[in-house]
Design a protein around this ligand. Structure first.
Ligand SMILES: [Ca+2]
Length: 133
């Protein structure tokens, strides 16, 4: 990672902290939302933060949907729901995760802030993350 990219990443992390994640914690039930593994995605194929990972515990193995939106609310992509734990995520009874490779059918998305939204058991969990190309 070059110096310019490191500075951009640091600034982006500060911006995201300033904006704050709109996260709603579940009140009991079988689904516990843990949030993103990292808030900066760098889809350049170097094996570091190439994908977005959203961690959760899905005790009842309920249906989970994950979608990605622009800040203006346009849907960008659907996330893949993986019924397996992910190293680095908080543990749980039935740890699972959702993931996205920062790509659409038209290729890798542009750099910018995006919104993830996870829905499970009638609840929505949303927050922002940054893609840096
Ligand atoms: Ca990367």
């Amino acid at each position: 990672m070059n110096a310019k990219k490191m500075i951009m990443t640091a600034l982006a992390a500060g911006l995201l902290a300033f904006l704050g994640a709109k996260r709603i914690q579940a009140q009991g039930g079988g689904f516990r939302f843990f949030g993103p593994l990292a808030r900066v995605v760098t889809p350049n194929g170097d094996g570091l933060n190439d994908r977005l990972f959203i961690c959760f515990d899905n005790f009842s193995d309920s249906d989970v949907s994950g979608r990605i939106y622009t800040l203006l609310g346009a849907e960008v992509a659907s996330m893949s729901w993986v019924r397996a734990p992910l190293p680095g995520c908080a543990g749980g009874t039935l740890a699972q995760h959702a993931t996205w490779d920062a790509r659409t059918t038209e290729g890798t998305v542009r750099s910018g802030i995006y919104v993830y939204r996870i829905e499970a058991e009638g609840r929505r969990y949303a927050g922002t993350f940054l893609v840096v190309r």
